[in-house]
Design a protein. Structure first.
Length: 187
């Protein structure tokens, strides 16, 4: 992963109230069907205050919220976002991949299966493992081959993972994983 990679706009389907991307990314579009999320993001003073409390200025972050089902076609441009976030929210990658810009990345965890689906998607490759400890995140980019190795290879099947809506067990796991689309012209 290039150290210089700093996403400037992200799409976060199934965000609920998780505002953390806006502490680091200038523009984030959040999506959720839960009315509590809609109420929270509608309170712009509260959102700005939370961002200020978490080290941001609260003023520069562009925070947008769409009260929509991410499995339906979204009123968002294709090839636009440079980060797609999928945390505990289901098969975000397969429904929202078209919104990722060239050179963009997917951040996914295995909880609801998305990292497990990404791990067996030949159009993606793993570029970092994300570790989370004491409120801090650390990206590991070396020796990635030890991640996403299934404890039981038979479980690494897309239909089974989708049906269960759950990730599979790995020999070594991380909080989340960063994937990038394989550049077919270079590979
Ligand atoms: C377990 S919460 C995770 C929230 C957040 N990603 C986090 O890590 O704290 C899952 C959220 O995804 C939302 N969600 C699930 N399926 C969805 C869909 N198809 N469209 C929009 N939101 C969805 C739910 O409403 C819920 O708020």
């Amino acid at each position: 992963m290039r150290d210089a990679w700093h996403p400037t706009n992200a799409l976060y389907p199934g965000s609920y109230l998780d505002l953390s991307p806006s502490t680091a990314i200038p523009a984030v579009t959040y999506i959720d069907t839960d009315r509590r999320a809609a109420r929270y993001f509608a309170d712009t003073a509260l959102v700005a205050a939370e961002l200020r409390g978490r080290g941001g200025t609260g003023a520069v972050a562009q925070v947008s919220f769409l009260p929509l089902d991410y499995t339906a076609r979204l009123p968002l441009p294709d090839h636009h976002f440079d980060l797609l976030i999928s945390l505990y929210a289901g098969p975000v990658w397969e429904h929202c991949r078209q919104h990722l810009a060239p050179g963009g990345r997917l951040l996914a965890n295995a909880s609801h299966g998305d990292a497990s689906l990404a791990a067996i998607d030949p159009s993606l490759r793993l570029v970092a493992a994300v570790h989370h400890r004491d409120g801090r995140y650390r990206l590991e980019t070396a020796d990635l081959d030890r991640y996403l190795v299934p404890k039981n290879p038979e479980h690494a099947d897309a239909e089974t993972i989708r049906r269960a809506s759950r990730g599979i067990a790995y020999t070594t796991s991380a909080f989340a994983y960063v994937f990038e689309p394989v550049d077919r012209q270079r590979s």
